[in-house]
Every structure is written in structure tokens, then in C-alpha cells.
Design a protein around this ligand. Structure first.
Ligand code: PLP
Length: 378
């Protein structure tokens, strides 16, 4: 009947399936919130979505992508061809994922397991910890250099157990950017059997002349995977589309691990139209750069009150509160004024609030509000 009949001597047999210990050690990914503590909807500047929305051409393509009864193309063939055309990459070197998150996860699972180490910088993207743990590997974090990637610190932690190194460029949640020369130096210092994953989720926001050379590294070397996403500058976070590029042998391994029909019909059609509307991406970048620079300039006025924006090349700014106004108080104060941002105590940054770049009017209001808050804080 029930487990009550099980003799005490076999009580070491669990009464339900037991997750592997490394799975039990995972803290689920914490998404950016969209409502306040009281359930009130707030302006969402917590998940680095595009305040300009989505390319109109992509929206039009999406509304025509209705064949729900049929499975999608399992290989996202047309989309991969279009991505390849825009970036000058052979489609055999491209894999699509349910968001780039799927590709980050399967790249760790493919090359690391129990006893192995997965390395990245502290104050990095929280998904790397999950990706490492879910395949039983040990996550190892290197110290940062003023919230940015410290190549020497990373290289200093590489050992025989290291299988995968993750670098986000620009980095999330700090916004710091690793220049081409440093990225090349990191790659050159890694053993050839260590996979370097360069997560370029925010690459479209970087000025083209500051290109970090990641796609060239992936084109030349067997141990480099570059991931990109449609969730940020392309304004398609809800469609869940990402892609990665690397050597054909590497892509073939990831194809074995990704979901078989991982991109829906709608996702493929919408992303295809989006990648062919590069004018929207350029407009999004220009808008972001201008609004971010104005916002950072406004925050610098509060420098003598301990408010410090970390230099950012992305569509968000990590603001440090090192004076009387704490990160926690700033976060709650902004929520009271209708803005949900991202306070980061869970990532070792209790003094940090990450704020997505919204519209100019929104950022002006936030800068003004923070100015008022530092006046009254003590
Ligand atoms: C947002 C983000 C991604 C993208 O995730 P998707 O699964 O593509 O939506 C990847 N890496 C970093 C660092 C991010 O901030």
C-alpha cells in the first residue's frame, strides 16, 4: 500500500526520486521583476529589454508565421543562412538555440562534468553558475578588475580540471567591456583543449570600431564558441532566439544536445525578418548610446555623494551606492516612483543596482529621483 510497510532497515531508500547532489545545489535563475512588492505593474528596467520594442518588419513577419499544427524546421535553415549572410559565416558554423541561454548550458554539458571546473569572472552572468552545476562540474570564479574581466586572474586559475571558460563581453551585470587585445591574450593563454565561450549578448550595442574580435577567434580556432542573442538589441526576448558560432565540429556537438525543434515557427520567422532589418539594430544602438551617455553624465554629478556608475558598453548601467544612500534604499526608492530595476545582493553586489537604459524621459526621471534621494539620505 504505502511506504509505511517498508521495514526500517531499508529506510535509506528514499520515498521519492532524489535529484543528484549537484542539481540540488542549483539556485534557480532569478529573472528581472516586472511588478512591485504590492503587485503594482512598474516600468521594467530590470531585464535589459529594448525600450524601442521590436522591428516593425519582424512584427509583421511574426503575425504571418502561423502554422501551429506543423513542427518547425528542426535546423532553423533559413534563419541560419540569413545570420551567416549578415555576419559572413558559413551556416555549417552556426547553431540556433532557444535563446543563447540554451547554447551556454549545452556548451558546458558537452565539455564538462563531475570533477571538472567551469571558470568565469565574479560579478558575471548568473546563468554560468547554473550551466556549470547542472552537468556536475564545479563553478570557479576569478576576481574581477574594477568590475571587469581580469585576464591574468582567469588564466591564473586554469588547471588540468578546467574545461570551459565563460566570458561575457560586454559583461552582465557590470557593463564592463574587454578590448580585443585582452580577449586575444586570454585565448592565447588557454590550453587548446579548454573551450572559451564568448557570450556577446550585448555586442550589438558596442560601437562597430570597438569590435572585440570574438567572431574572428571563433572562425580561426577549434576551441572558441561565440554566442549571440535576439533578446536584447533585436527586441525579441519573448521569442527565445539565440545563436552560436564556432568550428563545424563544435557546432555538430552542440546540435546533438540542443532541443530537437528548439525554435518555434514563430521564433524562426520573426528572427529572420529581424536580422534582415539591420537599420533597426543601428537605430537601437544609437539611441542606447546617446541615452546612456546622458544618464551617466547625470549620475556623475552625484559622485560626491557616493553614487558611481560603472563604465558600460551595454544597454544598462551598474550604479554603485557607496555613500549615505544605499543600493537597497535606491532600489526601493525607484520602485516607489514606478521603476523596477535590479538590486544585486544575491550576486555579491549589495551596493549595486543595475538599471536598463530606457527612454530619455525615463532616464531623466530616474537621475532626478536619485538626486532627490541622495539629498535626503543619511
Ligand atoms: C540576456 C543575456 C543573455 C541572453 O539570454 P537569452 O537566452 O538569449 O535570452 C545571454 N548572456 C548574457 C550575459 C545576458 O545578459
Amino acid at each position: 500500500m504505502t511506504d509505511r510497510n517498508v521495514p526500517a532497515s531499508t529506510s535509506s531508500v528514499a520515498d521519492r526520486p532524489t535529484p543528484k547532489p549537484w542539481i540540488q545545489a542549483i539556485h534557480a535563475y532569478v529573472p528581472g521583476k516586472s511588478v512591485g512588492a504590492d503587485g503594482r505593474p512598474l516600468i521594467k528596467l530590470s531585464a535589459n529589454e529594448n525600450p524601442l520594442g521590436t522591428s516593425p518588419a519582424a512584427l509583421a513577419a511574426r503575425s504571418h508565421a502561423v502554422v501551429p499544427a506543423l513542427y518547425p524546421d528542426p535546423d532553423s535553415t533559413a534563419l541560419r543562412a540569413a545570420i551567416g549572410a549578415v555576419h559572413g559565416i558559413e551556416p555549417a558554423r552556426i547553431v540556433c538555440g532557444t535563446g543563447s541561454g540554451e547554447l551556454l548550458t549545452v556548451s558546458a554539458s558537452a565539455f564538462a562534468g563531475p570533477g571538472d571546473e567551469v571558470l568565469y569572472v565574479r560579478y558575471g552572468f548568473s546563468l554560468y553558475d547554473i550551466a556549470a552545476r547542472r552537468c556536475g562540474a564545479t563553478p570557479v570564479t576569478a576576481p574581477d578588475a574594477d568590475y571587469g574581466t581580469d585576464v591574468d586572474a582567469l588564466l591564473g586559475l586554469v588547471n588540468k580540471r578546467t574545461k570551459v571558460v565563460f566570458v561575457a563581453n560586454p559583461n552582465n551585470p557590470t557593463g564592463r567591456y574587454t578590448p580585443r587585445s585582452e580577449l586575444a591574450r586570454l585565448h592565447a593563454g588557454l590550453p587548446q583543449d579548454v573551450l572559451l565561450v564568448i557570450d556577446q549578448a550585448y555586442a550589438e550595442y558596442v560601437a562597430p570600431e570597438d569590435d572585440d574580435g570574438a567572431l574572428e577567434l571563433a572562425a580561426k580556432h577549434a576551441n572558441v564558441l561565440v554566442t549571440r542573442t535576439f533578446s536584447k538589441a533585436y527586441g525579441l526576448a519573448g521569442e527565445r532566439v539565440g545563436w552560436g558560432t564556432g568550428a563545424p565540429e563544435l557546432i555538430e556537438v552542440l546540435n546533438r544536445l540542443r532541443g530537437p525543434f528548439n525554435l518555434s515557427n514563430s521564433a524562426q520567422a520573426t528572427a529572420l525578418a529581424a536580422i534582415n532589418d539591420q537599420a533597426f539594430v543601428t537605430h537601437s544602438r544609437d539611441h542606447n548610446t546617446a541615452v546612456r551617455e546622458n544618464f551617466v553624465a547625470a549620475l556623475r554629478q552625484l559622485g560626491n555623494r557616493g553614487v558611481r556608475p560603472v563604465p558600460s558598453e551595454a544597454n544598462f548601467v551598474l550604479v554603485l551606492f557607496e555613500g549615505a544612500l544605499t543600493g537597497e534604499a535606491a532600489y526601493h526608492g525607484l520602485a516607489e516612483r514606478g521603476y523596477i530595476t535590479r538590486w544585486l545582493p544575491g550576486q555579491g553586489l549589495p551596493h549595486g543596482v543595475r538599471i536598463t537604459i530606457g527612454t530619455q524621459a525615463q532616464m531623466d526621471e530616474i537621475a532626478l529621483a536619485l538626486g532627490q534621494m541622495v539629498e535626503t539620505a543619511r
